[in-house]
Design a protein around this ligand. Structure first.
Ligand SMILES: [Zn+2]
Length: 156
């Protein structure tokens, strides 16, 4: 912060660091001794616009979109499908087939469904087939029953 004032004799404009207020200086132009005036609104000069920019910043209100809604993912993860990738783009996948999912009107199509899946994947793409046991509540008896299925690891 500087004080700007003029020489009382030659009117040379002088800029002095505000900390020099009240001290005596010699006019570089006419060599007249001058007392550096006190800082006031009329003569203050801010060389670097620090204060003004700081004030400006205070007036800036950054607005952030706010919403009470739960954040929704912009990209929904793709549901796993049985559409198999082309050769060369195959990755290891897992398909679990539960026997209860294959029962239609008391007709057990488990073996049929598993066979269909295996044929769709292709023998060369089958990595392993593992039996799995699980428990579920029977719709009719409401009893917990143990059932079985297969977990197929395949390339697709
Ligand atoms: Zn002067």
């Amino acid at each position: 912060m500087d004080v700007i004032f003029s020489c009382t004799k030659c009117m040379q404009e002088l800029v002095v660091e505000a900390s020099g207020s009240g001290s005596e200086i010699e006019c570089p132009s006419c060599k007249t001794s001058l007392i550096v005036p006190e800082v006031d609104a009329a003569n203050v000069h801010t060389s670097a616009p620090i204060e003004s920019s700081a004030a400006a910043k205070e007036d800036v209100h950054y607005s952030v979109p706010q919403s009470n809604k739960p954040v929704e993912p912009l990209i929904k993860s793709a549901l796993p499908t049985l559409e198999f990738a082309k050769d060369g783009e195959k990755t290891l996948r897992i398909k679990t087939i539960r026997r209860t999912d294959c029962v239609e009107v008391d007709r057990d199509r488990f073996d049929e469904r598993v066979s269909e899946f295996l044929q769709a994947v292709g023998e060369k793409n089958i990595v392993s087939i593992n039996a799995v046991n699980y428990s579920h509540e029977d719709m009719k008896s409401k009893a917990m029953i143990t059932d079985y299925g297969v977990l197929i690891v395949f390339k697709g």
